[in-house]
Design a protein around this ligand. Structure first.
Ligand code: PHB
Length: 402
């Protein structure tokens, strides 16, 4: 039974969870990077969706669920746009979801707006994406959730006076820079250099960028990269250049301490301070259940990370909307109305909701420090900021104010 269920979800492009003959189908179109540089991210979100279905078999009530998957392939935008077009025009899906890279979500937006299809983002974090269309909601994060909080923490808790910012040069990187800088400078700090560090499509050699940061002798070095192999490259370069010993503290959103990569980061990661909405070490009951189910399904050495939990919560949101419209998803306005204000207390990341005014997520942000415990690197939670909204929209910064 287990093998059949997994094969159905993982291998087939179409998965159907039947709630009985004659039940109305909710057709979910998923666009994720299943191959290429973002393949591990696509797998994380996909597995999170699977674990939700496994742990919550009755979540969709009487609705039959069909899942159609397409590979977004890369951060370039064009392949994801084509995938969304096919899902809508050929597969006739009711909702588009998934999407790792902001560039891909931005490319998909005109398609879903023209077709009037709800689009529930499960990762892409550039704050203003949700301002592009009334049919977009987000269950992941905005770069401002963590970026702004790291800026405040650096100034107020770490007492940093100067910072250099290094960022992957595409929308969420630029967004992270502005988020961090806004909060850090408001709290009395000064950003003394801003370093674009290549695109998301391939991991660059970070050495010249990090050397430039080191030479500036800042108190903190704030880095945003799109997790995964980029994050491994960040730690490797930080270690190789002896930046910790030179007194430059590395800080950033939790993308740079992704759970799946943490154990490869070496002891120089100890002391790394991040703010994020999830790490697998969170001790709450829904998270223990989630992590246990994950390890049982995908192996004891595997771990969910923030993208996994976003897939889990995304399915919970879609299930709620499907039930709210009695499985009839034809009216996009009704689906969006159901998503607005949705509250979920059983998320592994703590209580979450969708802000009805912005269609963006409200959630806790956890301040964590990497420590060594029992021979492993662990994210020790040293603070929590409750019910954080997207500060870009709260402060109405640039495109977030539209
Ligand atoms: C994004 O493209 O929005 C993105 C990708 C990976 C991350 C965070 C944001 O870790």
């Amino acid at each position: 039974m287990k093998a059949n269920w997994r094969q159905l979800f993982a291998a087939a492009t179409l998965a159907a969870f039947s709630a009985g003959a004659g039940a109305q189908a909710v057709k979910i179109g998923v666009v994720l990077t299943y191959t290429g540089v973002g393949a591990e991210f696509g797998q994380q979100v996909d597995r999170g969706m699977q674990i939700f279905m496994k742990l919550n078999p009755g979540a969709f009530g009487s609705c039959k669920v069909e899942i159609v998957k397409r590979d977004g392939k890369n951060p370039g935008g064009a392949d994801s746009k084509t995938a969304a077009q096919e899902l809508i025009t050929q597969e006739k899906v009711d909702i588009i979801t998934g999407v790792i890279y902001s560039s891909n979500a931005i490319a998909i937006e005109p398609v879903i707006t023209a077709a009037k299809k709800p689009f529930l983002i499960m990762n892409a974090g550039t704050a203003w994406i949700t301002n592009l269309s009334p049919y977009i909601a987000r269950v992941s994060f905005s770069m401002w959730h963590a970026g702004h909080a790291v800026g405040e923490t650096a100034a107020n808790t770490l007492k940093a006076k100067t910072a250099v910012v290094g960022f992957t040069d595409y929308p969420p990187g630029k967004d992270s820079l502005v988020a961090f800088k806004t909060a850090f400078e408001k709290a009395g700090g000064k950003v003394i250099d801003e370093i674009p560090m290549g695109g998301p499509g391939a991991v660059p050699d970070f050495t010249p960028f990090f050397q430039r940061a080191k030479d500036k002798k800042p108190d903190v070095f704030f880095v945003f990269v799109p997790a995964g192999d980029h994050a491994v490259g960040v730690m490797r370069t930080y270690n190789a250049l002896g930046m910790k010993q030179a007194g430059v503290r590395l800080i950033g959103p939790g993308d740079i301490t992704q759970d799946t990569k943490l154990q490869t980061m070496g002891d120089d990661a100890v002391g790394l301070l991040t703010v994020h909405h999830y790490n697998a070490d969170l001790g709450n009951t829904p998270n223990r259940r989630f992590v246990d189910a994950w390890k049982k399904e995908f192996g004891p050495a595997s771990t969910p990370d923030f993208m996994g939990v976003q897939g889990y919560d995304g399915m919970a949101a879609i299930a709620h909307a499907a039930r709210a419209v009695n499985c009839n998803m034809a009216d996009a306005d009704k689906v969006m109305a159901a998503l607005k204000g949705w509250k979920f207390d059983d998320s592994p990341r703590g209580p979450i909701s969708i802000d009805p005014a912005t269609r963006d997520i409200v959630m806790n942000e956890y301040v964590s420090e990497v420590v060594k415990s029992g021979g492993r690197l662990v994210q020790k939670n040293i603070g929590v900021i409750n019910a954080v909204k997207d500060m870009c929209k709260e402060l109405k910064v640039d495109r977030c104010g539209k």
